[in-house]
Design a protein around this ligand. Structure first.
Ligand SMILES: [Zn+2]
Length: 82
């Protein structure tokens, strides 16, 4: 559980949080420390899709797929399930 007004990093066993007011209560976040563990090309693609003003359904799907890929890469880089 996280404190009110804070949202937790999506990576298991990472204790970092971010302010909910900045991201929204339902937002998923990956902290900067974890983010650096993911593949740079996947990160770039995810950021590019995130910034699209009017993404197509396919682009939204690709965005979520790359988000999940990034989470999997980071979790693996951190040694999987502790
Ligand atoms: Zn983290």
């Amino acid at each position: 559980m996280t404190k009110p007004g804070r949202i937790a990093c999506e990576i298991p066993f990472c204790c970092r949080t971010a302010p909910a007011e900045k991201h929204g209560d339902d937002a998923q976040i990956i902290c900067g420390k974890c983010w650096r563990l993911a593949d740079p090309a996947t990160r770039r693609e995810n950021r590019r899709l995130y910034r699209l003003a009017d993404p197509s359904a396919a682009e939204i799907e690709t965005f979520y797929a790359s988000w999940e890929a990034i989470k999997a890469q980071i979790t693996e880089a951190k040694g999987g399930i502790a």
